[in-house]
Design a protein around this ligand. Structure first.
Ligand code: PLP
Length: 402
């Protein structure tokens, strides 16, 4: 069950106060960036004592080696653990590393796992590649399956991987129903909660065992850091910690610092991303060029009721399906955008637009789009300027359609 060291504090207060040790930092507000590989032991006795726990990290027994933790890492891990009400957090060099390490933690040779068909595509590639090579079999499932997931369980099913809303297509999953079913057979539930962040959805409260994040997105928030994290509940923490220690992945000291700094303003950034994205999504729904807007925070979204039941809010990323348009006209629209950059990743302060088409790699559900699909990230620019930019690009598209 989720737990917290500061239960009386609301999440924005936690973001401003956790992970700080003013006294230990000579009065400075922020922690120092500890650059270090080697840690020196004062005596051979201390060194041998450390060896007796296998060189792995053991909090409260001091530092042993740069990869095994620094005071800066402790501060960031504390914030992330508390936000999700977990037992502990590991830090990783990318969101994708958080995906792969979470799966390596819960599955091994001969095991079967279930993965949502709406998953971030590189997660699927890892399941079909390295995980398959290691002898783990993956079955994909309909993101709307809910408690029906039980029909897919086998004797060797060890984990269910969820991501809600789905990458690019924004289907909302009933995480609590899936987790209840998974618990009945002792399977672990993993959740990629990158889109919502712990501000808008707290996976462990819905029965998830391992919540993972691409901190590259909103934690750091400035399109300048790659990072990932996994927060585990009590049942899975030791296994996660050990797998992380064995695999040797860490996060560079400056990036640990930048992630901690990013988190301090995450709530305020997200409030703006959310309101601007909802405003622009509603405006896009009224546009004749747009067939559908895929944003679970809109009343028109097919999963809106489930979304409202599980989430406290939304963020800046959603998709739209345009009405059918010739390829040249669609390209003219994309090329005419000036405030929306064309590029992967998202979660920084700037707006982005990318075309997408998940149809070729879906395996158990079909995604049918009546026209070109675009994923937008709404940044911190003034939403009126963003609408004007889209309006101008639609006019260019209309001109090119003639
Ligand atoms: C971006 C993203 C990742 C991967 O994060 P990287 O830091 O780019 O490796 C994983 N899951 C989701 C949902 C993402 O959006």
């Amino acid at each position: 069950m989720a737990k917290s060291k500061t239960p009386s504090h609301r999440i924005r207060t936690k973001l401003a106060t956790l992970g700080r040790d003013t006294e230990g930092q000579h009065g400075f507000v922020n922690p120092a960036v500890y650059h270090g590989a080697t840690v020196l032991y004062p005596t051979i006795e201390k060194l041998l004592e450390r060896k007796s726990y296998g060189g792995f990290r053991d909090k409260g027994k001091g530092y042993s080696y740069g990869l095994r933790g620094t005071p800066t890492m402790d501060a960031l891990e504390e914030v992330l653990t508390e936000l999700d009400g977990g037992e502990g957090t590991v830090l990783l060099p990318s969101g994708l590393a958080a995906v792969t390490l979470s799966l390596l933690t819960v599955a091994g040779a001969g095991d079967h796992i279930l993965v949502t068909d709406s998953v971030y595509q590189p997660t699927r590639i890892f399941c079909q590649g390295t995980l398959a090579r290691l002898g783990v079999e993956t079955t994909y499932y309909d993101p709307h399956i809910g408690g029906g997931i039980a029909d897919l369980f086998r004797d060797n099913t060890k984990a269910v991987f969820t991501e809600s809303p789905g990458s690019q297509t924004f289907e909302v999953q009933d995480i609590a129903a899936i987790a209840t079913a998974a618990k009945s057979i002792g399977a672990a539930v993993v959740n990629d909660n990158t889109w919502a962040t712990p501000l808008n959805f707290r996976p462990l409260e819905h029965g998830v065992d391992l919540a993972l994040y691409a901190g590259t997105k909103y934690f750091t928030g400035h399109a300048d850091v790659l990072m990932g994290s996994i927060t585990a509940n009590e049942a899975w923490w030791k296994r996660l910690r050990r797998t992380h220690d064995e695999i040797g992945m860490g996060l560079a000291p400056n990036d640990v610092f930048l992630a901690l700094r990013g988190l301090r303003t995450m709530a305020q950034r997200l409030a703006q991303h959310e309101s601007s994205a909802l405003d622009i999504a509603a405006w896009l729904e009224s546009r004749p060029e747009v067939s559908r807007v895929l944003h679970p925070g809109l009343a028109s979204h097919p999963d809106h009721a489930l979304f409202k039941r599980q989430f406290d809010g939304s963020t800046g990323l959603f998709s739209l399906i345009l009405n059918p348009a010739p390829k040249d006209a669609f390209h003219a629209f994309m090329n005419a955008l000036t405030l929306f950059g064309m590029g992967y990743s998202w979660g920084g302060y700037e707006s982005l637009a990318i075309p997408f088409n998940p149809a070729p790699y879906r395996t158990v559900t079909t995604f049918e789009a009546e026209g070109p699909c675009v994923r937008l990230h709404i940044g911190l620019e003034d939403p009126e300027d963003l609408k004007e930019d889209l309006d101008r690009a639609f006019a260019v598209m209309a001109q090119a359609s003639k």
